[in-house]
Design a protein around this ligand. Structure first.
Ligand code: ATP
Ligand code: MG
Length: 433
């Protein structure tokens, strides 16, 4: 009897070829974007002490309240959590190895994050974020740099229809004054509040503004605005950011209800949103978190960053027909006779060393399969050329080259015989074709 199959965990997906090639392509774009702006890669562990997120994100956040994969290490009783996001981990690492001792750091990360949410389009339990963080910089120029950088990515990828929304959360004292006014407003309308809002009324009222409950929209729209409670310095920071975005010709709207899920944000917050992905329309989100480093035990230092959801970006690229065609190897090696394999494999190796991507037909101990089946595989591989190592040609020190794409028949090298010795000379011809 066959063993029972084991399925992947709900909401966690395999990323297999050919789709994985789209991921690699996006990752390459992101890395090159980071190189251009001087951001360097930081890789932190996927598992962190639970306390890092409880302290870093705040107890009354969706993530900490109900989305974390937390567990006790059976062997030593430590409380651990699969990272639900990477900003807290970056800050922990920066503090732990004192990375800011010689000034600010521009860093990026990418990888899987884990949140126990209801799986749906654009929302998974294991998903992938790419994030950029600038730590140790207080000025709005870096806020602008980060936003411009994300905007450049949309441009590079050709994505359309991504709108930028910005807001300022001010400083803690300003939020406190606003908070009192907000609680008073909500309390005066207590009958309209849903259960969640009532629960958050005194713990995290700002988050109530983020509600998706239609019955509360009017109430939320009439709520006191944080923007009206900002002092001179906060306003100046916000206005400078706006000026800098204007200087780049980047359009945005001010969304006074943009508050972000995490407690640690202050001053600038922003989101890039699209209407083309259904309910999960936020593709990139971030802001300033000047208080977090100190909260994690470091010397106080400002910081700002964003994270984008890679699944959502890929979904949007697909929606807009922008995903690249997945390239096959340059060459598929057809080997009619199994006895030729010991001579063929070293030639293919030399070709690869000369920079040609080569896939060899795989056979068995007894034989390589019919020519027909080999050419079928060659076509399916997406290779541009077949190299046919026929026994007769091999005996004369030659190999036949056959273009596999219809539009390649005019190539000079088409249907030609190449000398077996001298791979280094003809490899560049293949690459150029
Ligand atoms: P949402 O309001 O959609 O739950 P969030 O505020 O929880 O988003 P962040 O923590 O700011 O999201 O994460 C940054 C980005 O990561 C989001 O804008 C989104 O693109 C992506 N993201 C967040 N959660 C998920 C998820 N469960 N599955 C896929 N992508 C996600
Ligand atoms: Mg969320």
């Amino acid at each position: 009897m066959a063993a029972q199959k084991i399925s992947a965990v709900k909401g966690m997906n395999d990323i297999a070829p050919p789709v994985s090639a789209h991921w690699e392509w996006l990752e390459e774009h992101l890395r090159s974007l980071m190189r251009g702006y001087g951001y360097r890669n930081l890789r932190t562990p996927i598992v962190e002490p639970t306390a890092l997120f409880v302290r870093g994100l705040g107890e009354v956040t969706d993530i900490v309240e109900k989305e974390m994969y937390s567990f006790e290490d059976r062997l030593n009783g430590e409380q651990l959590t699969l990272r639900p996001e990477n900003t807290a981990g970056v800050v922990r690492a920066v503090v732990e190895s004192n990375m800011l001792y010689e000034g600010g750091k521009r860093l990026y990360y990418m990888g899987p994050m884990f949140r126990h949410e209801r799986p749906q389009r654009g929302r998974y339990r294991q998903f992938h974020q790419f994030g950029a963080e600038a730590l140790g910089f207080a000025g709005p120029d870096v806020d602008a740099e980060l936003i411009v950088m994300a905007n450049d990515l949309w441009g590079k990828l050709g994505l359309q229809g991504i709108a930028l929304e910005i807001n300022s959360l001010g400083q803690p004292e300003e939020r406190m004054a606003h908070r009192q006014a907000l609680i008073a407003h909500l309390e005066a309308n207590i009958d309209t509040l849903d259960e969640e809002a009532r629960r958050r009324l005194h713990s995290n009222p700002l988050r109530i503004l983020d509600t998706k409950n239609p019955a509360m929209q009017a109430l939320v729209n009439a709520a006191p605005r944080l923007m009206d409670f900002l002092g001179e310095a906060s306003l100046a920071h916000f206005n400078r950011l706006r000026d800098l975005l204007d200087a780049h010709g980047i359009e945005y709207t001010i969304n006074p209800r943009l508050v972000r899920g995490m407690d640690y944000y202050n001053l600038s917050v922003f989101e890039f949103v699209t209407t083309q992905l259904g309910a999960q329309g936020t593709v990139c989100a971030g802001g300033r978190y000047d208080g977090l480093i100190e909260q994690i035990g470091g010397k106080p230092a400002p910081a700002v960053g964003w994270a984008l959801g890679m699944e959502r970006i890929l979904e949007l690229l697909k929606e807009q027909n922008l995903l690249p065609e997945v390239a096959g190897p340059d060459v598929y090696a057809v080997v009619p006779d199994v006895a030729s394999v010991p001579m063929v494999m070293p030639v293919l190796r030399a070709l690869r060393q000369a920079g040609v991507a080569v896939q060899m037909h795989a056979g068995s101990l007894e034989g390589m399969g019919s020519m027909k089946s080999q050419f079928k595989k060659a076509d399916a591989s997406g290779a541009r050329f077949a190299l046919i190592f026929g026994a007769d040609e091999l005996a004369q020190g030659q190999v036949a080259l056959k273009p596999l794409r219809g539009d390649r028949t005019q190539e000079p090298a088409a249907q030609s015989l190449l000398p077996l010795i001298g791979v280094a000379e003809w490899a560049p011809v293949l690459l150029a074709a």
